[in-house]
Design a protein around this ligand. Structure first.
Ligand code: FPP
Length: 254
């Protein structure tokens, strides 16, 4: 979709939370940060923060559907997260498995297509199987694509793409930006227009390095479990006020 087509788009209204924006992002990506600090502030174990974050994700998916977002990608487990304590890593793996068991049927009913963004290798076989099955079950769904970045790292993704290109024997002149993007985990998805990071951190943290080249960034101090529908609405409103240039000069005044 061209940037002009995107700019012409307006958010649909919903009965509960009308949104009337000049421009709605087609693809929103979120770094769901601050679960640990949310838990710590309440004297709870870190995993309780991840559980609260998971509950919140459910609400944000529903809000995104209501607001008319077509692609939502969330960063759930990075390649660097393997270095966390064993019980936290184990807990996050269990959460993903539970989310698949409990939520995917519900997402399927709502017309959401689930896509795994990241490497399957390294995940336990049962989890790999469930991820593949969720993707297969929901692949025809059209209402929204939910990208779950799990065992994902932006640099690893680029190296993985280069390896596949070399293995397929492409000639140098056959590789351009569009072709390269087809070898990324996000193949076929538009680039994110808006990337949100919660919890006050202002870093990219190896997330969608290639795809976010022209994304607008929105940082908020709110911890992920507290980032509710109203917070999402604020981010979308802020996005709609930004002028996107894609490296060009501003539009000349008429
Ligand atoms: C960052 O907070 C969050 C994560 C590493 C995990 C995000 C996972 C969820 C929200 C659960 C949803 C999961 C799935 C599988 C769909 P942090 O732990 O780095 O927080 P901190 O910076 O405050 O320590």
């Amino acid at each position: 979709m061209t940037s002009t087509a995107r700019e012409a788009q307006t958010a649909p209204s919903t009965s509960s939370q009308p949104l009337s924006l000049r421009r709605l992002p087609v693809h929103v990506a979120i770094i769901m940060d601050g679960n640990g600090r949310w838990a710590q502030a309440r004297g709870l174990p870190r995993l309780a923060g991840h559980r609260a974050g998971t509950e919140n994700l459910r609400h944000i998916i529903d809000a995104s559907l209501d607001f008319g977002i077509k692609y939502l990608t969330v960063y759930a487990f990075s390649t660097e997260n393997w270095a966390r304590p064993k019980d936290e890593v184990e807990g996050l793996m269990n959460i993903l498995e539970e989310v698949i068991d409990m939520e995917v049927p519900r997402l399927h009913e709502k017309g959401v297509r689930v896509r795994h963004i990241g490497a399957l290798e390294g995940l336990r076989p049962e989890l790999q199987r469930k991820i593949r099955e969720s993707e297969a079950l929901t692949r025809e769904n059209q209402r929204m694509v939910l990208g779950v970045a799990f065992n994902y790292g932006g640099r690893a993704e680029i190296v993985h793409a280069v390896r596949r290109i070399l293995a397929e024997g492409l000639r140098p002149e056959e590789v351009d930006e569009a072709r390269f993007a087809q070898y990324l985990y996000t193949a076929g998805m538009p680039d994110p227009d808006l990337v949100i990071r919660t919890s006050g951190e202002q870093r990219i943290s190896n997330f969608l390095l290639w795809q976010a080249a022209y994304a607008e960034w929105y940082f908020t101090p709110v911890y992920w479990p507290d980032f509710d529908r109203e917070e999402l609405r604020k981010a979308l409103e802020e996005y709609s006020r930004r002028e996107r240039r894609f490296g060009r000069v501003p539009n000349p005044k008429p």
